[in-house]
Design a protein around this ligand. Structure first.
Ligand code: AMP
Length: 220
């Protein structure tokens, strides 16, 4: 299964991608997580992505596409039953680059799932999100608080607000989504592989809907 999860920041792509990857034994690839890894380790790639990420803008296509190509050509991906992409593509040129990359190995995407959530819900989710600085588990100050404030239930790490989850940056990220990422909806609709899922429900309900949409096949 080769899937893309599309949707605005805060739609739950990461949560759903983790769940699908586990259920189907496929590889979860998050370009946001890859960039955060490079940022945390201060690699040259992290240094080139830093300013874009901190201000909520997209890292340029050439940098992002090269990072994705490197990841998708690793043995764990090539040897698995597929992958679920979370946060890539985010522009139409990235969508074309992905298509070309897959065509080179006689592959194609099975499904692109658009997770839809109203803007006011996205804002509340993102601004209230806290992330464990050690294991990256996500919490929410209101909807999923930890047992002890500021401490991760799983590993005891400190819970922090992602710099790009602060209100000003969230607004930039949502604007960038509308301008740069939303055109991919038409791109994949034309390709006949787009399915829509209501993301404003309990995570387990969204997972079921996502699985149904993914298993619907390319021309459902
Ligand atoms: P995310 O965790 O998916 O919200 O990504 C965090 C940040 O990483 C984004 O706001 C961008 O700055 C950068 N990023 C992640 N994926 C991409 C992408 N496909 N294209 C450009 N920038 C990206």
């Amino acid at each position: 299964m080769r899937l893309v999860l599309l949707g605005p920041p805060g739609a739950g792509k990461g949560t759903q991608a983790k769940e699908l990857a586990q259920q189907w034994q496929i590889v979860h690839i998050s370009t946001g997580d890859l960039f955060r890894y490079h940022l945390a380790h201060d690699t040259p790639l992290g240094q080139s992505a830093k300013e874009y990420m901190q201000s909520g803008r997209l890292v340029p296509d050439n940098i992002t596409e090269a990072m994705l190509k490197d990841r998708i050509e690793r043995p764990d991906v090539l040897e698995s039953y597929g992958f679920v992409l979370d946060g890539f593509p985010r522009t139409v040129p990235q969508g074309r680059a992905l298509k070309a990359l897959l065509e080179e190995r006689q592959e194609r995407l099975d499904r692109v799932i658009l997770i839809q959530v109203p803007t006011e819900v996205l804002l509340e989710r993102l601004v209230g999100r806290r992330t464990c600085s050690l294991c990256r588990a996500n919490y929410h100050v209101r909807y999923h608080p930890p047992k002890v404030e500021g401490i991760c239930d799983r590993c005891g790490g400190a819970l922090l607000q992602r710099e790009d989850d602060q209100l000003d940056t969230v607004n930039v990220r949502l604007k960038v989504y509308h301008q740069e990422t939303e055109p991919l909806v038409a791109f994949y609709e034309e390709a006949g592989i787009l399915a829509r899922v209501d993301g404003n429900q309990e995570p387990a309900v969204v997972t079921e809907a996502t699985i149904r949409a993914a298993e619907g096949g390319p021309h459902d």
